[in-house]
Design a protein around this ligand. Sequence first.
Ligand SMILES: [Zn+2]
Length: 433
Amino acid sequence: MSFIPAIEQKSIAEQAAFQWEKLGPALEYLLQHSPYYRRMFGEQQIDVKALRSWEDFARVPTTSKEALQQYNNDFLCVAPKAVREYMSTSGTLGRPVTIALTQNDLLRLAYNEYLSFHCIEATDEDIFQLMLTLDRQFMAGVAYYSGLSLLGAASIRTGPGLPAMQWDTIRQMKTTGLVAVPSFLLKLIAHAKANDFPAGSGTVKKVLAIGESLRDEELQPNALARQIAAEWDVQLYSTYAATELQTAFTECRAGQGGHHHPELVVVELLDDRGQPVAPGEKGEVTITTLGVEGMPLLRYRTGDMCRGYYEPCSCGRHTMRLGPVLGRKQQMIKFKGTTLYPPAIFDVLNGVPQIQEYVIEISTGADGQDELAIYLHCDMEPAAGDELLRPLFSHRWRVVPRLHYRSAEAIRQLQYPGHNRKPVKLIDLRHIS
Ligand SMILES: [Zn+2]
């Protein structure tokens, strides 16, 4: 039986009241210990003790990613001696940010993933293969590892290694679950095919799929999820997380968005003017952490555009769910009069089996407008590629990006500049001066 905290079975209104009780001490803590927020409260004349309602709270200024980058050290609320680990964001969107965690923060992180593994119906009988980086200051690896430990399940830290090694380990250890990037599952499937065994013949029953979305705007399986499901009968669970939040939102079997855990964060979805969007509308995920000691955040704007779902879930949890990231606010593309976000383009490209690898490039044209180009490696001649791909774009958006056909090696060089942990699929040249 999955463990569901009592508060997650209460109504949304009861959860809000529960969070309000926790918010007062959290704000008081920031005032006492956070150089950044103490300064902000002073400058903006915010009296945290005078906040009486969520409406009052909604008037507190938000915190931007840029502020966290620029004043990173001022967010630290504890003496350096109390820090147990320094983790860092991947830096795919600008300068990496260091996140300092205390012992309690590490326990909170473990508890969060313990709840995530309960969402995906994992038990202490499970053996999970962790196909993600556990070093390089990467938070997710440590979070899943410690969550599994708290659950009493077994971990195998294979990391993001080659498919042959992963399959050998799966067979040898009778692995029952994976934590992996969805596109890597396609590589596992390809390896299984090339070696004449069905991917579904093994012991793996469930996958916690990180880093890439599995759902489209209607919460239906996207091209990537459909491709995996066609070849491998395995339960896929999507998740949303960001390092700064020290919190993940993970789907249950219903697959209707990642579950919010009200004991860990306050979630708001805001429009361009910083006002809450109507339920079901797309808004910027804005987070206030609860129970974080090292680097707590107040109304932190993630830049991720999502929808929230508030009706009770069939799994027994009554918490709101966060839909897939529909785009990053700063990655919004205005191309020839059409507004689009990279994930929707990824979805189109992922749906074409002939495409092996790709990179999307956004730049500013001579006229100051956004330009969109796609570099891809595929099984087709350029003419055949154009014939297949151009209608896919024009049908959906009425505009077609420039398509550049390249060798596998050329794409690999674009995807791994420097020492990236993850392949780069989007190059945004617009904000580089
Ligand atoms: Zn659920």
